[in-house]
Design a protein around this ligand. Sequence first.
Ligand SMILES: Nc1nc2c(ncn2[C@@H]2O[C@H](COP(=O)(O)OP(=O)(O)O)[C@@H](O)[C@H]2O)c(=O)[nH]1
Ligand SMILES: [Mg+2]
Length: 194
Amino acid sequence: MQVNNPKFYISAVSKKQYPTNGMPEIVLAGKSNVGKSSFINTLINRKSLARTSSEPGKTRQINFYDIDSKFYFVDLPGYGYSKMSKKEQENVGKFIEEYLFTRKNISVIILILDIRHKPTQNDIIMYEYIKSTNLPFVILLNKADKIAITKVDSALKERKNDLGLLNENITILPFSSERKIYNDAIWKEIEKYI
Ligand SMILES: Nc1nc2c(ncn2[C@@H]2O[C@H](COP(=O)(O)OP(=O)(O)O)[C@@H](O)[C@H]2O)c(=O)[nH]1
Ligand SMILES: [Mg+2]
């Protein structure tokens, strides 16, 4: 998909600030630093519309990006940031939960995991959570550039196995903000939902 006019819409700290115009929402979930914001920038081909950080855990808001007035990319706060106080992590968790369970506009959730590592305990909790919403979801295995192209398929199988999905019909795709050969497949997936 060709994006012409992506715009930052709002950084919401409460439900009241969510957009009200009813556009579909494509949601990015994943631990801090896994590459949610980079994913948005890569797909819309902008360097820094979505704020990325080498310092994890900066995002505590839910950020909405208006993509050509067709849909929103929704950048959720990252979880599992150890430097955040327990109380703060709890609050962020509740905010994410409230959004995922009450928001009617969600079209699909994209859960981003690191292709190189077994999912963390928090990743598993998020995954179970997403399943329990009964919303459509896709799993994206990011930072594929960190492994050889020839190893991507076997890493994909390993991660599928970690999640107990080897025999399940669930969309699980590699991705990389550096190696931009994976964009088309995920765009195709997103287009099904908008
Ligand atoms: N090598 C590599 N680094 C990435 C990739 N995606 C994100 N990063 C880096 O990981 C860090 C965190 O990315 P960011 O998008 O801010 O993660 P977020 O916290 O999930 O939004 C930044 O330093 C990015 O440059 C990727 O596909 N490959
Ligand atoms: Mg981010």
